[in-house]
Design a protein around this ligand. Structure first.
Ligand code: CTP
Length: 484
């Protein structure tokens, strides 16, 4: 039987393999097998361009791509940007440990020095040999190793870094740090460090949603530990899906970049509220009214504002993507809950309303599931209007100095946006065409116009991350001139 050495493949193919493997939580070998099988079965069609192959493979595997497009994160944290930064990476024991190998590579590509501590359980999933080869340093595993010439001691290990990253952060590692345990090298380093700590949790969805893990996460957040992910998705275990999948290596790199960022912070000291995602309006305990919003644009804006130093308070409806790094996120379901959460956050310097809030809700939400009754036909739902959160804040006595709205339109884009600008008391409206052909709702790209009293500024089509970065810069510029 022939075997393939992935190292010998073209860079383009290797990149594609790595991306799809990470998205599907497969090893590179397994992903290669899937691709070869698809090719043999003729599902890839005639040999074409690599991006077409990628699209076909995504369709075949039902993968929609990473929460944050890989290219977007790559461009945010280009090669060389982490030069001189020292990362201490603690690898916990979980199936996601193999992604730590890619994380080390991504960090080294950006010139970070990476030192790795592995727990005993982590060594069941990946070897110290491969980790050491990638990090180009000794791999630390034991708390007491008098014979080891590399034994630098846990205190030095924890202090000689700019940031401690735990990836994958298992339920056990979270519990240990939340409760102050120190019975192996990883937990001792975590409690001894005086540097920021970033955790990328990865575990079974049931473990992630367990009250003990939720309690530990809340404690750790209160103690100043930053989190990236987990995301929703298929688990490596068969037939399991839900929240618990480790953030992709490049998303972790982006979070590291945000935590270590030394770039100018024009929004430092500014509190900014952002709403994102859809709202769900219940009809009965199992049914609700919703829309196609993915939250990608709102979450990207929250992350971009945080990168510029803002204290971002994100109020998110139900979405399938991870909370952005460096942002305080609150989860809500309904328009009324979103309104209450936003109003409780006032006063603020600015507010950006990206959420696709449901305009109407059912007047009543049945306590029990509505049953079909023979001969009675469908139930008549009486709809009532939801509060307009943007308009409420736009005319509030605690109105932020800068209020930004969005306008999702399928026709008369600019005219409708101008009407919303006046009616809702916004300073400017980001108008986007959400007609189905544009693929904006749920997609990764956007084309917007900035509509304000002084006119209309048309931006070219770009990724949602680029729209977010540009919008954050515009908000920073506008806030400079706003007197609060
Ligand atoms: N918005 C809001 N609360 C609502 C409805 C909308 O805060 N109940 C905000 C959105 O977050 C967005 C802006 O208002 O910033 C415009 O949303 P859009 O859905 O485009 O407009 P609507 O006011 O809902 O009007 P229509 O659906 O008739 O276009």
């Amino acid at each position: 039987m022939a075997s393939i050495t992935i190292r010998n493949l073209d860079d383009e193919v290797k990149d594609l393999l790595r991306r799809l493997a990470a998205e599907n939580d497969r090893s590179m070998e397994e992903q290669a097998r899937v691709m070869i099988r698809a090719a043999v079965e003729g599902q890839l069609g005639p040999v074409g361009r690599i991006d077409q192959i990628e699209k076909t493979l995504r369709e075949l595997t039902g993968s929609h791509g990473p929460a944050t497009p890989v290219a977007a994160v790559s461009s945010q944290i280009p090669r060389g940007t982490l030069s001189g930064k020292r990362i201490l990476l603690i690898v916990g024991g979980g199936i996601a440990a193999y992604k730590a190998l890619d994380l080390i590579r991504r960090l080294r590509e950006r010139d970070a020095a990476v030192r790795v501590v592995m727990t005993a359980a982590a060594q069941e999933f990946v070897t110290t040999l491969s980790v050491g080869a990638l990090s180009a340093d000794h791999v630390f595993t034991d708390l007491f190793d008098r014979n080891d010439e590399h034994d630098v001691g846990h205190i030095r290990l924890s202090r000689e870094a700019d940031l401690v990253v735990v990836a994958p952060a298992t339920a056990d590692l979270m519990a240990k740090l939340a409760n102050g345990h120190a019975n192996d090298l990883a937990s001792t380093v975590l409690i001894a460090t005086d540097k920021p700590v970033l955790m990328a949790p990865a575990m079974n969805p049931k473990m992630w949603s367990h009250p003990a893990t939720r309690r530990n996460r809340a404690t750790l957040q209160k103690d100043g530990v930053a989190f990236v992910g987990p995301a929703k998705g298929e688990m490596a275990e068969s037939n399991e899906a839900g929240e618990g999948r480790m953030a992709e290596p490049l998303e972790i790199v982006a979070a590291i970049g945000a935590l270590l960022d030394i770039s100018p912070k024009p929004l430092a000291g500014r509190k900014i509220i952002v709403t994102s995602g859809p709202t769900h309006e219940p009809i009965d305990p199992v049914r609700y009214i919703a829309n196609r919003s993915s939250g990608k644009q709102g979450h990207a804006i929250a992350a971009a504002l945080a990168r510029l130093g803002a204290d971002v308070r994100l109020v998110s409806g139900p979405v399938g993507i991870a909370d952005p790094a460096g942002v305080t996120t609150q989860h809500v379901e309904t328009a009324n809950e979103m309104k209450d959460a936003v109003e409780r956050l006032l006063p603020a310097d600015a507010a950006v309303f990206v959420a696709a809030v449901a305009d109407w809700r059912s007047e009543t939400s049945a306590g029990e599931k509505i049953k079909k009754v023979a001969g009675e036909g469908p139930p008549a739902l009486r709809m009532v209007e939801n509060p307009d959160i943007l308009a409420g804040v736009g005319h509030h006595r605690k109105r932020p100095g800068l209020v930004v709205g969005f306008a999702a339109e399928t026709q008369d884009l600019v005219r409708n946006a101008e009407a919303k600008l006046a009616k809702k008391g916004a300073d400017f409206i980001v108008a986007n065409d959400v007609s189905h052909e544009g693929g904006v709702m749920g997609g990764d790209r956007n084309k917007v116009r900035i509509v304000s009293k002084s006119g209309v500024d048309e931006w070219p089509e770009m990724s949602k991350d680029e729209v977010a970065t540009r919008l954050a810069a515009l908000i920073a510029k506008r806030l400079k001139t706003v007197v609060v």
